[in-house]
Ligand binder design. Structure first.
Ligand code: SF4
Length: 383
């Protein structure tokens, strides 16, 4: 087989995989570390710019690996500084990535799949259906692209206008990461590698809607921070909005989350995400049940994050009023001082807030067509 036929995408390759590659080709393993730094920290525009490698070695690398490329399909900036890019990956799919700058950190919300098959009722991505899993290369390329872009922009700006490079990554974009662990795990390893992005385990968060077998595997292979899309404190309410709950109900799911925390560190916390849906999961009774659940399974080990719902076209849900959200938070907090925060909604003007991601450019699924038909019929009825 020729080198061209076995050419690989390089961004998703871990240090171990690169070192193995060089050893197999009678080169020193430290070449793997050099390549990681050139690719992920210096963002050189081609293999040929890797000047501490011999010309012969650079040619050899170019024969075996594709130089990464990402095409920008859309670039949006929100008034609050949030940026959203729709990217076409080297394998042709459209994925969205959202950059959220704050005072002391900059968070990148990455996607792990094109679309999603889990069909959570409050989620815009779910309207798109499922196309496929992203490769490790495509996941890492989201972070690579954003840091590269910001580095290039910063070089043209005075220092006080520089954007902070990504300090935190959350897997809360399109897709359920635990349904794509073959790609997510190596991607996370690259993100945490000191020769690449050097993010600590606390700064990479995987968010799941509750794929129990995935949690077990995740515990064996990594120790990143975990967020659970809980969204309801009882099975009846949760199954209404997260169909996966019928397969893994709370008395199966929550012990699996405890096992994940115990597998690593007694001090490890879980973030419980809770989208506030008017009249669905936001009553005082829900708040008391939630507090009870947290104290039963995660005493002193959970943070509850209440998220005002971000409406999108065709949704049947509305957000709970801020007054009710605050009341809900007070009830949860009052039980054993459960840490309870209300998430600031960011990037709403560009549909960049969580749950609003949808790659609508290259999608060809049936559910998307149905969704567009629905919008057309709504527009027709309104005109
Ligand atoms: S909330 Fe997450 S898991 Fe649920 S449909 Fe949306 S992307 Fe998929």
């Amino acid at each position: 087989m020729s080198a061209e036929e076995t050419r690989q995408h390089i961004l998703g390759m871990t240090q171990e995989a690169l070192e193995q590659f060089f050893v197999q080709h009678h080169e020193k393993p430290f070449r793997g570390r050099q390549i990681l730094q050139w690719m992920h920290q210096r963002f050189v525009p081609s293999f040929d710019e890797m000047t501490d490698l011999s010309k012969k070695l650079r040619l050899f690398i170019a024969e075996h690996f594709y130089y990464p490329s990402v095409e920008i399909l859309r670039d949006q900036r929100s008034d609050d500084g949030t940026r959203k890019w729709l990217l076409k990956t080297s394998t042709g799919s459209a994925v969205e990535v959202v950059y959220i700058p704050e005072e002391t950190r900059a968070t990148l919300c990455v996607s792990s799949q094109v679309g999603c098959e889990l069909n959570c009722q409050f989620c815009y991505t779910a309207t798109q259906g499922f196309e496929r899993n992203l490769s490790a290369h495509e996941i890492v390329s989201q972070l690579w692209f954003v840091n590269k872009t910001l580095t290039e922009e910063n070089a043209l700006l005075p220092e006080h206008l520089h954007s902070q490079l990504v300090t935190n990554v959350v897997f809360m974009g399109m897709g359920e990461p635990l349904r794509n662990l073959d790609s997510v795990i190596p991607a996370v390893q690259v993100m945490m590698n000191d020769y690449a992005y050097g993010l600590s385990k606390r700064r990479v968060t995987i968010s799941t809607s509750g794929v129990v077998p995935g949690l077990e595997r995740l515990a064996q292979e990594t120790d990143v921070a975990l967020a659970l899309s809980l969204h309801a404190p009882d099975d009846q309410t949760r199954s209404q909005i997260i169909p996966l709950n019928k397969k893994y109900p709370l008395d199966v799911l929550l012990p699996a989350v405890v096992d994940y925390l115990d597998a690593h560190d007694r001090k490890m916390h879980v973030t419980l995400e809770y989208v506030m849906l008017n009249g669905v999961n936001d009553s005082e009774k829900h708040a008391y049940t939630l507090a009870k659940l947290v104290n039963r399974y995660f005493p002193g080990r959970a943070k509850v994050n209440l998220i005002p719902f971000n409406p999108f076209p065709t949704t049947k849900f509305e957000s709970t009023s801020m007054e009710q959200i605050k009341k809900f938070a007070e009830i949860v907090r009052s039980k054993n001082n459960i840490i309870t925060t209300v998430r600031k909604t960011r990037g709403q003007d560009i549909l960049g807030a969580c749950g609003q991601l949808a790659g609508d450019v290259l999608d060809k699924t049936r559910r998307r067509q149905q969704y567009l038909q629905k919008i057309q019929s709504i527009n027709a009825a309104a005109s």
